[in-house]
Design a binder for this molecule. Structure first.
Ligand SMILES: C[S@@+](CC[C@H](N)C(=O)[O-])C[C@H]1O[C@@H](n2cnc3c(N)ncnc32)[C@H](O)[C@@H]1O
Length: 269
């Protein structure tokens, strides 16, 4: 485990085993960015080559072992980590779950099966989405984020920073005006700053500005944040910046190392 007791702790290992050891209702907010099942074992050769100058330089299709999620085993795995989050997150808090069309149905069914009410389904619109290299599908330009709570349908006590969300404006997002309610479509470019990539990259790294919006809507300054699938630590970094104590799990040594270095480099507020 790597930690800075005052602000964060990052555990290298399986989140299922790790979460089982944590006390119930001990977190105010969780963000899960799980394996999506989007990886393919196929070998691809692209007619136009693999060079994509406007998309971060030379780029190769990659098959990620950690991104396997198939069939009934995928549903069982989703039920396992989601029921742990349901046990660990207070009814006054909430859980946000990233998904694409590969796993969104499974996550939705799992929420309903576990009695976790879906508050909203947010569409993260990526106006600079990666082109479809195979030229056999539309360009996938959005991801789904489920916002759910643990209080059950008759006990809605989850935190919603309504006034802050209503007052906010976001650079370049024409769908949100200050003083108007925040909608469920968020126009957030999938760009990462040099600072976000300073310690290495994760293939599905989330941009900080997307996570900052989640903390604006549902963060609890001074509270506790949980990330079961931390990857390069983007949500942990956003949590610490939002004044929350962050706990994360990452099973892969390379990504754990990136996240630990990002966290250690955060300036003290
Ligand atoms: C979609 S990625 C998260 C990316 C992250 N949001 C970021 O911005 O870098 C999912 C991560 O979960 C990790 N993972 C997969 N199964 C895990 C498990 N059982 N316990 C902990 N981490 C796991 C993978 O190694 C991968 O880094």
């Amino acid at each position: 485990m790597t930690s800075d007791e005052q602000r964060w702790r990052l555990i290298r290992g399986d989140c299922l085993a790790g979460m089982a050891a944590l006390p119930e209702r001990s977190f105010d907010l969780a963000i899960a960015d799980p394996p999506y099942g989007a990886a393919t074992a196929s070998e691809w050769t692209l007619a136009g080559g693999h060079e994509l100058p406007r998309f971060g330089g030379a780029w190769r299709l990659a098959d990620h072992d950690w991104d396997r999620l198939a069939g009934v085993d995928g549903l069982r795995f989703t039920l396992a980590w989601l029921s742990s989050l349901g046990r660990l997150v207070k009814p006054e808090g909430s859980i946000w779950i990233h998904a694409t069309y590969h796993n969104a149905g499974i996550v939705n069914v799992a929420c309903q099966a576990l009695g976790l009410e879906i508050i909203n389904e947010v569409i993260w619109y990526k106006r600079n989405a990666f082109p479809n290299l195979s030229r056999r599908r539309l360009t996938a330009s959005h991801e789904t984020i489920y916002w759910v709570h643990t209080g059950g349908p008759r006990r809605r006590r989850y935190r919603f920073n309504y006034d802050a969300a209503r007052a906010a404006a976001f650079d370049g997002d024409a769908l949100k005006e200050p003083g108007r309610q925040l909608r469920t479509v968020w126009d957030v470019p999938n760009n990462k700053s040099r600072e976000e990539l300073a310690f290495g990259r994760h293939p599905t790294q989330k941009p900080l500005r997307l996570l900052e919006r989640i903390f604006l809507v549902a963060g609890t300054p001074g509270g506790r944040f949980l990330s079961p699938f931390s990857g390069s630590g983007s949500d942990l970094v956003a949590a610490v910046r939002a004044g929350m104590h962050a706990t994360g799990f990452e099973i892969d040594e390379r990504y754990h190392a990136i996240a630990a270095r990002r966290l250690a480099a955060l300036p003290r507020g």
